[in-house]
Design a protein around this ligand. Structure first.
Ligand code: NAP
Ligand code: MG
Length: 491
């Protein structure tokens, strides 16, 4: 249990922090050593319902929803500034909670700041249209907030993936209830406090921490919920869809991936190798859009895999907060076991482990969830490790001999989130980009996004989108108003 040095966090409901309804707490562990460093109130279905009640009341009564969008611009910009001023504190919290390196965590918080700035500017630009209609009539549309929106986030980029949907929902004038992942609730709670100080009225942004089943399902099923944004696994996304469909609630689903990285023979191989490394070992591979399948032209397979192997073996793996570390631990012992299970199965089935494949068990790292950067080859495209989401630092290699084969392999999973490719040939780049069944394509870059670019998946990777200038509209309802201006009634 938590020792004297741990910090205690509550739920954040109605603008203040409070213990959960049943008074229990759960420890929050540091993935670098699995020791508790904080504890957090464990929410229940009762807490979820209370948050919904508070949010619905705030939506009806506070000036946030009905008020002037330019006020929301100011508050969201102030929130961006407060977060930027506390970037180091938030980055440290995120790094300690997830295990990611401090450098990565700083990048995450910077992305959140930039998201808030970008989205803030959209809060007073929710325009309607006037539509020509027959007779002496005026027809126009307005955009209204939908009411209470529910947001459920995963543990790999806790604040980024919370705020990228919470910010547009707030900008549109909704009231929000956010459920962060049970493993990584701290940055969301700290953010809600900051939002209150920046001027988000009480009840407009609530955070309920608790299990997916108790808190998540209660929020999605609540009769007051008007929209749901979910980022997480395909299985849970399926469950959320079913619950939401029963009440015709719109959902945005950002789910898993098994991203292909296609390296053509004409690519700048040094740049491509670095891109492959970042795409699979960044955040210890725990990225929905990780480039986890390397599709490499057969003519360059050997030298290219050797390059990637050399870079992988140079990566410094250790606690995220330690200076110079380039890859942190996995988020939990369960996640580590799951990833190791995939690698063991690959080995049993005749795969070659080119590098890594083992836990790091020296005295400093044994208590944490550390795995060496791993590359596996020699398995067919149907093998589980090549086709399913491992969600860890494990790269599978497949050779191809023609552009058609590369596209066939790239499209050969149920997922379709981000595909990246490396080539100097413009015709190849653009024609292959069009043939890929996915929501995003990156050319000559590692996985990269900006708040102004839509983030979306195809096939099992999800539906709807986050980010981009249209995202605020996704949290509004379009209402049509038709006015008879005194025209005589048409025939
Ligand atoms: P997860 O198990 O699906 O959990 C995601 C969130 O859903 C957590 O807050 C979880 O709560 C909650 N949850 C679990 N069961 C629920 C239920 N029955 N009803 C409502 N909510 C429920 O995913 P994860 O393990 O945290 O994250 C890894 C997955 O997320 C990977 O598949 C990854 O690809 C995907 N992901 C996708 C994107 C994207 O943008 N496409 C981005 C990042 C991650 P608990 O924490 O309490 O279980
Ligand atoms: Mg999970």
């Amino acid at each position: 249990m938590a020792g004297a040095t741990t910090t205690r966090y509550g739920q954040f409901i109605n603008g203040e922090e409070a213990p959960g309804a049943d008074g229990t707490h759960r420890p929050v562990l540091d993935p670098a050593n699995n020791r508790p460093f904080a504890e957090v109130a464990e929410g229940t279905a009762e807490d979820a319902r209370r948050a919904m009640e508070v949010a619905e009341k705030a939506f009806r009564e506070s000036p946030w929803a009905g008020g002037d969008g330019s006020q929301r611009v100011k508050v969201l910009l102030k929130l961006a500034q407060s977060l930027e001023a506390e970037l180091d504190r938030f980055a440290e919290l995120e790094s300690r909670n997830v295990g990611k390196t401090l450098r990565e965590a700083k990048g995450d918080i910077q992305f959140v700041v930039r998201t808030l700035e970008y989205i803030a500017g959209l809060a007073d630009k929710l325009e309607g249209e006037t539509i020509p209609v027959p007779g002496g009539r005026l027809d126009y549309t307005i955009r209204e907030p939908v009411g209470v929106t529910v947001h459920i986030a995963p543990w790999n980029f806790p604040l980024v993936l919370s705020v990228r949907s919470v910010a547009p929902a707030l900008a549109a004038g909704n009231a929000v209830v956010l459920k962060p992942a049970s493993l990584t609730p701290l940055s969301a709670l700290a953010f809600a406090r900051l939002a209150r100080t920046a001027g988000v009225p009480p009840g407009i942004l609530n955070v309920v921490v608790g299990s997916g089943r108790a808190v998540g399902e209660t929020l999605v099923s609540d009769p007051r919920t008007r929209a749901v944004s979910f980022t997480g696994s395909v299985e849970v996304g399926q469950r959320i869809s079913e619950l939401a469909a029963a009440r015709h609630i719109p959902t945005t689903l950002e789910l898993g991936g098994k991203g292909p990285v296609i390296v053509f023979a004409d690519a700048d191989l040094d740049r491509a190798a670095k891109g492959v490394i970042w795409g699979i070992f960044g955040n210890a591979g725990q990225m929905c859009w990780a480039g986890s399948r390397l599709l490499v032209h057969a003519s360059i397979r050997e030298p290219f895999v050797a390059k990637v192997k050399a870079l992988a073996e140079k990566l410094k793996v250790g606690p995220g907060l330690e200076a110079g570390v380039e890859m942190g631990p996995l988020v939990s012992p369960e996640q580590l076991d799951r990833v190791v299970g995939f690698v063991e199965e690959a080995r049993r089935d005749g795969g070659t482990v080119v590098t890594g494949g083992a836990r790091l068990t020296d005295a400093a790292r044994a208590p944490g969830n550390f795995l060496a950067p791993t590359i596996v080859e020699g398995l067919p495209p149907e093998h589980r490790i090549v086709r399913e989401e491992v969600f860890g630092p494990v790269l599978s290699v497949l050779p191809f001999t023609s552009n058609d084969e590369a596209v066939r392999l790239a499209n050969g999973t149920d997922f379709g989130l981000l595909a990246t490719m490396w080539t100097r040939d413009l015709a190849t780049a653009h024609s292959v980009a069009r043939s890929l069944e996915c929501g995003m394509v990156g050319i000559n870059d590692p996985p990269l996004t900006f708040p102004q670019s839509p983030f979306a998946g195809a096939k099992s990777s999800g539906s709807g989108f986050e980010q981009g200038s249209r995202v605020v509209e996704a949290y509004t309802r379009r209402k049509n108003i038709l006015v008879n201006l005194g025209a005589p009634r048409a025939g």
